[in-house]
Ligand binder design. Structure first.
Ligand code: SF4
Ligand code: SF4
Length: 324
């Protein structure tokens, strides 16, 4: 009997999700024994034409990581959708837009201006920027189009399941792979991680005072962090109340607050807004000026609350007209 066929592909991402597959360590042998990998450009020499030659629906499942930022990525995810029975958005960037999605506070023009002209390390006297087409020695060279807006995977193609995390932890990946292979799956559209908040699983939760109040926000490096105490009780922003559990509290156990990479639970649409509402109830002031003073101690609130989820938030992106 032929083995189920699996594909891996990456779009706009850092490569950490590909590492997560390698991090399966000896378990990767179990996966390889159970499946046939038919496409994995980062590790194996398959080409787009190999995928094009496959019959539609012949790939059992495609795991796609990264958000969609380039025309080439858009084209590839449409192709993989056509060839696959199931598509899993693998990792925070495919799930919610991720850190590349923070670029939605800008547009192509402002990003190129910064990257190719004004960063301290840039030397570009001829002011060259990438072009989609150039002719060199009578040959046309092309690059993919760079879009103004970064999108999560399900804003481009239909997605069957989501594996959250930056990157998804090996245990969760193994569980998901075998749930798919055994056909033991939750309803379509599910996030393959528990549907409760990180605070529910966090040992530090019991150290939260009954009435938790905050007078000043600190960044983690500004405080000598107590390794047992809730970060919020130490005045440090921790997105645990607005994040899904399932990561085995990786950051918390390294004495770092949660940044929200698992995204929200099913009950919440906008992770940033959910955290804002939790935070508003903790600010210890009644007077407007004092509230403003406390809020001013939050450095980069938009980038902090929407670090992984801007493209899938109610905001989505900054208005293009506003940037102009
Ligand atoms: S806010 Fe953070 S540290 Fe506090 S209980 Fe929740 S996850 Fe744990
Ligand atoms: S603690 Fe938060 S940021 Fe860290 S891995 Fe878990 S969900 Fe992601």
């Amino acid at each position: 009997m032929s083995k189920p066929k699996i594909a891996f592909y990456w779009c706009a991402s850092c490569g950490g999700c590909e590492e997560a597959v390698v991090d399966l360590a000896e378990n990767i042998l179990k996966v390889i024994e159970a499946v046939e990998i038919v496409f994995w450009p980062v590790a194996l020499d398959f080409k787009k034409k190999d995928v094009e030659a496959m019959p539609d629906g012949s790939i059992t499942v495609s795991f796609i990581n990264g958000s969609v930022r380039l025309s080439e990525q858009e084209e590839m995810v449409h192709l993989l959708r056509q060839k696959s029975q199931l598509v899993v958005a693998f990792g925070s960037c495919a799930h919610l837009g991720g850190i590349p999605g923070l670029a939605n506070f800008w547009n192509k023009e402002t990003i190129f201006h910064r990257v190719y002209f004004t960063t301290p390390s840039t030397v570009n006297p001829d002011r060259v920027v990438p072009q989609e087409k150039v002719i060199i020695e009578n040959k046309e060279l092309t690059l993919p189009a760079f879009y103004d807006t970064v999108r999560a995977l399900d804003q481009v193609i239909e997605v069957d399941y989501y594996l959250p995390g930056c990157a998804p932890p090996p245990n969760l990946v193994m569980k998901a792979v075998f749930a798919i292979l055994e056909g033991n799956l939750p309803p379509k559209g599910s996030v393959l991680a528990p549907n409760k908040s990180l605070c529910d699983d966090c040992d530090r939760n019991k150290t939260k005072p009954e009435k938790l109040t905050i007078k000043e926000f600190k960044r983690p490096w500004e405080v000598w962090l107590d390794p047992e105490k809730c970060f919020l009780a130490q005045g440090v922003i921790c997105l645990g109340p607005a994040s899904r559990t399932g990561c085995e509290e990786r950051c918390i156990s390294a004495n770092m607050p949660c940044r929200g990479c698992f995204g929200p639970t099913d009950q919440v649409y906008d992770q940033g807004a959910k955290f804002l509402s939790a935070l508003a109830s903790l600010i210890d002031a009644k007077d407007e000026k004092e509230i403003e003073k406390i809020v001013q101690t939050i450095v980069d609130p938009a980038g902090t609350f929407y670090q992984f989820s801007l493209p899938k938030s109610i905001l989505g992106r900054r208005k293009l007209e506003a940037i102009k």
